[in-house]
Design a protein around this ligand. Structure first.
Ligand code: AMP
Length: 125
């Protein structure tokens, strides 16, 4: 079910629990601003999620409330992870689902990095 992107942050959401080390993840990168790990249900040969360390429900919440250093650090981390994964050579797709129409399911901002093959269609549903 899609989440309400305007709801208060739920600190029991699965990515909050991963950040606290309460449940495991297949980590690929971590710095002061971001944690990246493989998606548990990959939809491409490479499917990695990058999440900010701060408690932000959605892209909307993050871009409205996060400080400049957090935003810059998070965006830079997405680029760093992409290069670390090696998908920068052939290209990749970034996706952020936001709220009901975006069909966001986890109420902690995450950027999907998809790679390892070509994506022909802009949107499929
Ligand atoms: P979204 O629809 O953008 O909210 O996507 C949520 C993503 O989180 C989906 O691709 C799920 O497969 C992924 N996901 C959910 N739980 C976990 C988990 N414990 N570890 C890694 N990925 C997860």
């Amino acid at each position: 079910m899609p989440i309400d992107p305007k709801a208060a942050y739920d600190d029991q959401n699965v990515f909050a629990r991963i950040l606290r080390g309460e449940i495991p993840c297949n980590k690929v990168y971590e710095d002061d601003h971001a944690l990246a790990f493989h998606d548990i249900r990959p939809q491409a040969p490479v499917h990695v999620l990058v999440i900010p360390k701060g408690a932000y429900v959605s892209w909307d919440d993050f871009t409205a409330k996060a400080g400049d250093a957090e935003i810059a650090g998070f965006i830079r981390a997405v680029g760093t992870v992409s290069r670390q994964l090696g998908v920068d050579a052939d290209g990749y797709r970034l996706m952020v689902n936001m709220g009901q129409n975006g069909h966001q399911e986890v109420p902690h901002l995450h950027v999907h990095i998809f790679g390892g093959r070509q994506f022909y269609h802009m949107i499929c549903d």
